[in-house]
Design a protein around this ligand. Structure first.
Ligand code: ATP
Ligand code: MG
Length: 423
């Protein structure tokens, strides 16, 4: 199997070779290349020690000298070059207490998490695949390198990485790897909230987000989001919704593909937690150290999901948008449309979310007012008409908006001022 290494990677390998060292591209980039995908980044592994790596190149950055990693900078690109390494004992269930360097590539590959991530390649030697990674890649299997019991005990994060790779690649965990992940799931308590969150987020934003169910079925989820653990039916339903979200997005559907990029993670979390209470969701966001935007987005989706489904007429469309807030409509409606797609509309007493959203977009493109700042009067107009600032002004604005939501023709300065004076 031949892999086309990028020019700069070949250059780094040949410079190291020229100085008498071994060097290989390794890990995710080899996996992705064998799958015919474009690797995100290219990591290089070598028997040169960090100081020796640094001597070989003009421009380097000390990325993680202790762990043997030096970034070699070529033009505007950086490449992580790491010395062959054996990880020492993991007494905290997450980080090796110490790492030692080795001159043996095979030992470096043995410390890696899964067989498909434990392959190395260079043009001279070809593929180095000591643990059956290529075979597992073809079969679509995530399998620990070595004994799963030991590997998950060393680093609990690997349990979630296994699920994440299943979701990103559409793979299945190998039987013993899965069983052991379930047995050792409590090891996740040693993993930081940020890392847990990042792995789940990658899982639910992946091409096969429904694979999240693997974590539930193996009994892993209760260690970080017990809130989703209510019943298997609920978890299966939210996984179905995530799958639907992905399908709609890939189909370029106007509901999901119009969600701003910055709200995408929040949408996925909002669907994952769609059956949680608002309080339960908030606790989860806090525990998993969500950033504000993602927590906000997910929360808006969860709380809008608890509203009474509106009617389909134009007044209801405007009133709903005003209640939910115009700026939140894209992701709130995307979530509602996903839920509707998943449940199916057949014979169901349910608002037609997609038709509703389409109508909303039509009304918006007609320029219809759905928020106070779109009223034909502003604060100064009301002051000029003798309405005092402060609380009373706010109440008047609210009532004017209510009138305009009922009848857009009313959004006229003269009419609104007249009305304001009758309050
Ligand atoms: P991605 O496409 O997400 O970057 P990746 O396989 O490159 O996937 P990284 O987290 O960038 O994943 O790690 C690079 C390599 O380092 C992996 O392919 C794997 O060989 C090894 N690795 C990373 N994290 C671990 C871990 N927790 N335990 C063991 N090996 C790991
Ligand atoms: Mg990577």
């Amino acid at each position: 199997m031949e892999i086309l290494l990028p020019e700069k990677v070949r250059h780094i390998i040949s410079v190291l070779n020229g100085n008498g060292y071994e060097a290989f591209a390794v890990g995710g980039c080899i996996r992705d290349s064998l799958l015919g995908r474009k690797p995100k980044d290219w990591d290089i592994t070598t028997d040169a020690l960090p100081e020796q790596i640094k001597k070989c190149f003009d421009k380097t950055v000390d990325t993680g000298l202790k762990h043997g990693t030096v970034t070699v900078v070529l033009g505007h690109e950086g490449f992580e070059v790491t010395t062959y390494r054996i990880d020492g004992a993991y007494s905290d269930g997450r980080h090796p207490d110490e790492v030692s360097f080795t001159a043996n590539l095979k030992e470096d590959l043995a410390r890696r998490d899964f067989t498909i991530n434990a392959m190395a390649y260079n043009d001279e030697t070809g593929l180095v695949d000591e643990y059956g990674g290529e075979k597992d890649l073809k079969a679509g299997i995530i399998r620990c390198v070595g004994d799963p019991m030991q590997r998950f005990e060393e680093d609990g994060l690997r349990i979630l990485r296994a699920v994440r790779f299943c979701a990103q690649l559409g793979f299945e965990p190998e039987k013993n790897t899965l069983k052991t992940a379930g047995l050792l799931a409590s090891r996740l308590t040693a993993v930081s909230a940020e890392r847990i969150r990042a792995e789940i987020e990658k899982t639910i934003l992946s091409p096969y987000p429904e694979k999240f169910i693997i974590a539930y079925e193996a009994g892993i989820t209760k260690y970080f989001i017990s809130e989703t653990d209510s019943t298997g039916d609920i978890v299966r339903a939210v996984c179905g919704r995530l799958k639907e979200m992905r399908r709609l997005k890939e189909a370029g559907d106007l509901t999901v593909s119009y969600v701003p990029k910055e709200n995408e993670a929040g949408l996925a979390w909002g669907l994952l937690f769609s059956e949680l209470s608002e309080k339960g969701a908030k606790e989860c966001f806090k525990r998993l150290k969500f950033d504000n935007l993602t927590a906000r987005t997910a929360f808006d989706i969860i709380s809008a999901g608890k509203l009474e489904p509106p009617k389909q007429d134009d007044v209801s469309v405007r009133e709903y948008a005003s209640l939910v807030k115009v700026e939140k409509m894209p992701y709130v409606m995307a979530a509602e449309c996903v839920k509707e797609e998943y449940a199916g509309n057949v014979g169901k007493e349910y608002w037609k979310a997609k038709d509703f959203y389409k109508r909303y977009l039509e009304l918006r493109s007609l320029g219809q007012c759905m928020q106070i700042k779109e009223l034909a009067v502003d604060g100064n107009d009301l002051i000029a008409a003798g309405i005092p600032r402060g609380k009373q002004m706010g109440e008047v604005m609210d009532r004017l908006l209510k009138a305009v939501l009922k009848d857009p023709e009313f959004n006229d300065k003269k009419k609104l001022l007249e009305l304001a004076l009758t309050f």
